[in-house]
Design a binder for this molecule. Structure first.
Ligand code: ADP
Ligand code: MG
Length: 549
């Protein structure tokens, strides 16, 4: 927790001025309130008994001015803290979004996307609330409370001592309920993220649910999650309310005891009515400060939970840009020397050695699950080998700036990534300068231009979630065109023939050959071999040359 707290506080580095100003304004708030009880005492002990209406009016006017000064300082404080908190939370959000872009594959493999999403969206909101409560409730409430306690001691030490007897009770209650609130909040967070995941599942896998006629079962599952969320959110809200109500009542009991003992003091002429009334007014001001502090506690507990949850995200930046060599393009070729790798599961790549020369067209064959995609992930720098070296132009891949390196590689992943948007946006993603002509030429090479031209809106047709439905093969060709548009030094096609017939696949391979781009094509179809310069086979986690088998 300490580590996460210091990480969080470091985000306030740029806000030192505002935080300092906020603390200063808190002091102004405190000092504006403190004299009020003393002035009231003066009014009751002097102005009233002496019939001094001028002193009465002056006293009450001063009280009014002090109250106004207090609220103005509090308003200004709110303005300053809002600016500090909102800019800080915006910075944290920017950082988290950027971290999630640069996080390693290993990190993504160990976390689920919906959880990361809910952290970035919801937990940052809770951090925001925590900071607000801290700066506008806990700190001012505590400072004002301490100041008022001093005034109370000055006004009537015996009464204050009696009042202080309720403190252990307040503390004990706070401790006991604080632990329970914390536990409840954790359950509530878990239930909330399960509910959020459930809704995403229904949205994402709508088709699967319908095809499997699993509507009723799915609904029952979702209703269970909704029910759990209902009870935990009700219990959390209830506990928070009960917590502040009980604490408030303890304060009221304290007030009644003060009136009783103070009243007895007045009856026995130990103290004056003025002292009792001013003590009581100061006590009420103290109660509001204490209530302010109490109300902030559940929010702060919640924020600290979120902070602990967010810390791993702050810390995972394993593949962020560092001091790496710039990548100037592929000149000679790629080599794997004695490369081994495992995911920590039973599968492993062992002692993989291979060479791919520039301009070569290489096929990679192997049964499903033999490690073809894993090999490509290593080549793309998504994972690091446990042994051996991957070299690009004889230099270790790990020394290169991976973003620059990947910019020179076109990849068709096994599942083509098409996002909701127009066909043009999908084709030119990441390429700000691709011209219309280039896009169309590339689509011709990939045998998809005619199809796109015949759509009602051509290249501006919407595809993806809410746009026109396109087939797997059409997606595949759009994704190949996108990969080629960046004029890569190396193109990797991971099972293009999943959705394309043999003739179309061969056509595309021949077109890429003409472009002179180095290519790795993963396939099950051995009939591609005559069209390749080299064929590699993965078997039992090791790579062999087809000819040596
Ligand atoms: P192929 O592409 O040849 O079908 P993959 O390289 O995708 O095979 O997978 C090889 C093996 O590694 C499989 O047994 C698969 O279950 C496992 N695997 C793939 N990705 C991961 C991962 N992120 N974490 C753990 N195991 C994985
Ligand atoms: Mg694969």
């Amino acid at each position: 927790m300490k580590n996460s707290l210091s990480t969080y506080l470091s985000y306030y580095k740029n806000e030192k001025k505002n935080v300092g100003l906020s603390l200063l304004l808190t002091l102004v708030q405190t000092f504006a309130l403190l004299p009020i009880a003393l002035i009231i005492q003066h009014v009751f002990n002097y102005a009233l008994p002496h019939g001094d209406s001028r002193a009465l009016a002056l006293g009450l006017c001063t009280v009014l001015v002090l109250f106004i000064a207090n609220s103005l300082a509090s308003l200004a404080n709110r303005h300053v803290t809002l600016s500090a908190i909102k800019s800080t939370i915006a910075r944290i959000r920017e950082e988290l979004v950027s971290h999630s872009m640069f996080s390693s594959r290993a990190f993504y493999a160990s976390e689920d996307l919906d959880t990361i999403h809910s952290r970035i969206v919801q937990d940052t909101e809770r951090l925001d609330n925590m900071a607000s409560s801290l700066l506008t409730q806990l700190i001012p409430g505590t400072l004002v409370g301490l100041g008022l306690a001093c005034i109370l001691i000055y006004l009537n030490p015996i009464l204050f001592l009696i009042l202080a007897l309720t403190l252990p009770l307040l503390y004990g209650m706070g401790k006991l309920l604080g632990v329970r609130v914390k536990r409840r909040i954790k359950v509530f967070h878990d239930d909330f993220s399960k509910f959020s995941k459930g809704v995403l599942f229904v949205l994402k896998f709508n088709e699967l649910i319908t095809l499997s006629t699993a509507e009723e079962a799915e609904l029952a599952k979702q209703n269970l999650l909704i029910g759990n969320l209902r009870s935990s959110s009700q219990a959390t809200a209830w506990l928070s309310t009960a917590y502040s109500t009980i604490q408030g009542n303890i304060l009221t009991v304290g007030g009644v005891i003060v009136l009783l003992v103070g009243g007895l003091q007045v009856i026995h002429h130990v103290s004056s009515v003025g002292s009792l009334i001013s003590f009581y007014i100061a006590l009420n001001l103290l109660s509001s400060s204490v209530q302010m502090v109490i109300c902030s506690i559940p929010v702060i507990i919640e924020g600290r939970e979120s902070l602990a949850i967010l810390t791993p995200l702050f810390n995972d930046a394993s593949s962020r840009k560092g001091e790496k060599k710039p990548f100037a393009g592929l000149h000679e070729g790629i080599s794997f020397k004695g490369v081994s790798f495992d995911y920590g599961t039973s599968f492993s790549l062992r002692d993989v050695t291979l060479a791919i020369d520039k301009h070569e067209i290489v096929g990679l064959f192997g049964a499903s699950g033999s490690g073809k995609s894993t090999l490509i992930n290593l080549l793309l720098g998504f994972y690091q080998p446990t042994h051996g070296t991957i070299a690009i132009d004889r230099e270790p891949l790990r020394d290169f700036d991976l973003t620059e390196y990947r910019r020179r590689i076109g990849v068709l992943p096994q599942e083509p990534l098409i996002f909701p948007g127009t066909i043009r946006e999908n084709l030119a993603y990441g390429l700000a300068n691709a011209s219309d002509q280039e896009i169309k030429d590339m689509c011709r090479q990939c045998n998809i231009h005619d199809f796109i031209e015949h759509l009602p809106h051509g290249y501006d047709s919407d595809i993806g979630n809410r746009g026109v439905k396109i087939s797997g093969g059409q997606k595949q060709r759009i994704a190949i065109a996108r990969a080629l548009l960046r004029k890569p030094d190396l193109i990797i096609l991971d099972e293009p023939d999943n959705n394309l017939d043999e003739a179309l696949t061969l056509d595309i391979i021949e077109n890429i050959k003409r472009l002179g781009t180095t290519m790795i094509v993963i396939s099950h179809n051995r009939r591609l071999i005559p069209h390749l310069d080299k064929a590699l086979v993965i078997r039992d986690g090791t790579v062999y040359n087809e000819t040596t088998l």
